[in-house]
Design a protein around this ligand. Structure first.
Ligand code: GAP
Length: 431
């Protein structure tokens, strides 16, 4: 456990030093496990989100996208059950008054001082705020605790404009907010995070097989995603959530757990939500939320399979999978698809104008197509060291021979092997 926490400390420290992730509000002493993505972190996170969007929306005919408002009519959350059911059990230490999630405690005593705990009470995790200048009950609204509900609320609009036929899905990426009792473990559990969710609509099943088949297909697609984004599959474990612990809307959920340095915990969830959501929104809004089959004229509430992926947990699992130590050398073996920089360009020496000129030209040409780093500090060894730590797959050095033979030395991050490549071939090499 100690070794594992050391690994976590190293990852957090690398993230801070290299500009991936910093503590939020740091100059004011931070703010309870909030984190900010720096210049490299935002590239990594955007690359992950774009890869997901490309894979699940753009490459497919059966899934369309949505980007809905973050604050929704409060009736949405009454209908969805979040006002009544989205609770965690809260206990408080009678001595030091620290608060904990009861279901996260191994012993019935305070983790900080060993004091006696209060009885557990239900704590609703939605953040409240007010719309407009008057802070009264009528204007009370919630920050969304999941992106999913907007997909159900917009279901008819999307259906009418996209003309999709069952089975089809609606995808959304966006922020969600939960007033977690005990946020922690770096970006694993925060109060503000991002989700990538799909609600996949299927015909009402006439037997279990009818929903189990598409559900199992989604299990496979989650594994394909895990491979695509570069998460170590050996560290993934499936947890079939016991029926007593299922969310109020779910008939079956599989949690995809990952061996994080602090222990095994939930990375993603896949849930069979039945027709709970569309049905409850029809009941509460008074509006028809059914799907109509245009061939048979049959009307029904589709059932829903929901793969729900946390963006920040993906970033963390990707970082943990990519982090390698080789003697003194630290290498972030990120999949090139999501690495912040695809290549770095160096002039061998910074005080030789002819080298700098050719290196700058090469850098600027490649920059039109790819995210490219420039580095002319220190010696080549130090530059390799720095690029390895941020996961740049290729380093390109312009040397004196380059001036004559229009070739450069390319060095591969993972093998540290070097080869000569024509400048004209660099673009296809990086691609
Ligand atoms: N719409 C279903 C839903 O929201 P969930 O299991 O509560 O299901 C889905 O959340 C995913 O969102 C999780 O598997 C995780 O990746 C991410 N997630 C949930 N709470 C989080 C938190 N406090 N911090 C970071 N990520 C979180």
């Amino acid at each position: 456990m100690l070794k594992q926490n050391k690994e976590m400390e190293k990852i957090i420290s690398l993230c801070k030093q290299r500009g991936f992730i910093y503590p939020g509000s740091e100059i004011y002493g931070g703010l309870q496990n909030s984190w900010d993505y720096g210049p490299l972190g935002v590239e990594l996170k955007n690359n992950i989100k774009n890869l997901w969007w490309q894979n699940f929306v753009r490459n497919r005919d059966d899934i369309v996208g949505l980007d809905a408002a973050l604050i929704m009519n409060s009736k949405v959350w009454e209908a969805s059950g979040h006002v009544g059911e989205f609770n965690d059990p809260l206990v408080e230490c009678k001595k030091c008054h620290e608060r904990f999630r009861a279901d996260h405690l191994e012993k019935e005593e305070c983790l900080s001082c060993g004091g006696e705990l209060t009885e557990s009470k239900q704590f609703n995790m939605m953040f409240k705020t007010f719309l407009g200048p008057v802070a009264d009950g009528d204007n009370e609204v919630y920050l969304r605790p999941e992106t999913a509900q907007a997909i159900f609320v917009d279901f008819k609009n999307v259906l009418q404009t996209s003309r999709k036929k069952i089975p089809f899905g609606i995808a959304q990426i966006g922020k969600a907010f939960r007033n977690e009792i005990t946020p922690g473990n770096f970006i694993f559990r925060t109060r503000e995070f991002e989700q990538m969710e799909i609600e996949y609509f299927i015909e009402p099943p006439t037997s279990d097989k009818d929903w189990e088949e598409p559900f199992d297909k989604w299990v496979k697609q989650i594994y394909e995603w895990i491979k695509l984004v570069g998460i170590d599959k050996k560290k993934i474990h499936e947890l079939d959530v016991p029926s007593g612990e299922l969310a109020h809307y779910s008939k079956k959920t599989i949690d995809f757990e990952f061996d994080f340095p602090f222990g095994k915990d939930e990375l993603y969830g896949l849930a069979y939500r039945t027709d709970f959501d569309l049905k409850t929104h029809e009941k509460h809004s008074g509006q028809d939320t059914k799907y109509q089959d245009l061939e048979t004229n049959e009307k029904y509430w589709p059932h829903v399979i929901e793969p729900s992926l946390g963006v920040d947990r993906t970033v963390l699992a990707v970082l943990c999978s990519a982090y390698c130590e080789d003697g003194d050398r630290v290498v972030l073996k990120l999949d090139p698809k999501i690495a912040p920089y695809k290549a770095a360009v160096f002039p061998l020496m910074r005080n030789k104008p002819e080298l700098v000129e050719l290196a700058q030209k090469t850098y600027k040409d490649l920059r039109k197509k790819f995210m490219i780093a420039w580095d002319d500090r220190g010696n080549i060894g130090k530059r390799y060291y720095a690029q390895d730590q941020i996961g740049t797959p290729l380093c390109i050095t312009i040397d004196f021979d380059s001036l004559d033979d229009d070739s450069v030395t390319i060095r591969d991050r993972d093998s540290a092997k070097q080869e000569r490549v024509k400048i004209a071939d660099l673009e296809s090499k990086i691609q």
